[in-house]
Design a protein around this ligand. Structure first.
Ligand code: G
Ligand code: G
Ligand code: NA
Ligand code: MN
Length: 254
């Protein structure tokens, strides 16, 4: 409860901020997007990571105002980059089950885009498999409305949750994010190689793109390229960083 109260105050007192982790096309090396990652700068404790406070926000319902803030701030930042003429196609925002389940979530997304005068295709929503499965009928109605606005969908941490392949067909995400746990032991681990290869083939057959998370070495990157993976994200190419660092990077030629 103590952390919950502090988090509530943090939201009011501007202690939350966003970092952005770049996502690249594995072939052209062009920047294809940035994942938005929330941070909390507590005046006493210092930096607090989302692994510690997102579960508390979800349990208490604080994730709703907090998620609304993230969406709005992320869109504002995207609009600033665009106004500077920087070529960033989209931002990817993590969305929890409890946010997606609210009927006014769609209005919040529309408001955040409109306030920053952004087209829907500048925004990607990242949800986990379990978020989709929690109330699949509701999720599918909500996601259809977002899709009609041009908003993209990616499935986060793919392969780690409870899911069936039927839901991939049903939700038809634009992108499957291959979980870091399948990437970290590449290229040596033959089981992980088989899993990643199967995910990439499945995605391709279904007309979806793939993006590998947690890519830390050149060997992993080269191997993923050979397997036909479409995008990469990870410490090899860029840590989560602040908006000005992203802008500096975007201003450089390829
Ligand atoms: O770097 P990292 O520690 O930022 O992220 C840890 C986890 O926290 C990730 O699983 C990510 O999905 C989640 N996360 C980060 N930012 C947000 C956010 O704004 N909203 C939600 N719901 N989850 C987030
Ligand atoms: O669960 P989700 O995939 O949204 O979380 C992304 C998390 O992965 C964030 O905590 C982010 O900081 C972390 N991350 C991003 N790139 C790497 C990487 O190359 N290696 C490791 N170990 N973690 C990473
Ligand atoms: Na994510
Ligand atoms: Mn992820």
């Amino acid at each position: 409860l103590q952390l919950e109260n502090r988090l509530r105050r943090a939201l009011e007192q501007d202690e939350l901020f966003l970092l952005f982790q770049p996502q690249y096309d594995i072939h052209s090396q062009a920047l294809i997007g940035c994942e938005v990652l929330l941070r909390w700068q507590d005046p006493v404790e210092g930096l607090i990571m989302p692994g510690r406070f997102i579960p508390i926000a979800e349990d208490s319902g604080l994730i709703v105002p907090l998620g609304r803030w993230v969406l709005r701030e992320a869109c504002r930042q995207m609009a600033r980059w665009r106004a500077q003429g920087l070529p960033l196609p989209k931002i990817a925002v993590n969305v929890s089950a409890r946010q997606l389940a609210r009927l006014d979530f769609i209005d919040e997304v529309r408001d955040a885009l409109q306030e920053s005068r952004l087209p829907g295709d500048c925004l990607e929503i990242e949800v986990t498999e379990s978020t989709l499965m929690e109330d699949a009928d509701l999720a599918s109605r909500q996601l259809a409305m977002l899709k009609a606005m041009g908003v993209r969908l990616s499935v986060d941490d793919f392969g780690t949750g409870y899911s069936s392949l039927a839901y991939l067909k049903r939700f038809a995400p634009d992108t499957i994010k291959i979980d870091r746990s399948f990437v970290c032991d590449l290229p040596g681990d033959s089981e992980d190689a088989a899993i990643v290869s199967a995910i990439i083939h499945l995605a391709r057959a279904l007309g979806m793109s793939t993006l590998a998370e947690g890519v830390e070495t050149v060997e992993q990157c080269d191997f993923l390229r050979q397997l036909g993976c479409g995008g990469i994200q990870g410490y090899l190419l860029g840590r989560p960083q602040d908006a000005s660092a992203i802008a500096r990077q975007l201003a450089l030629p390829l």
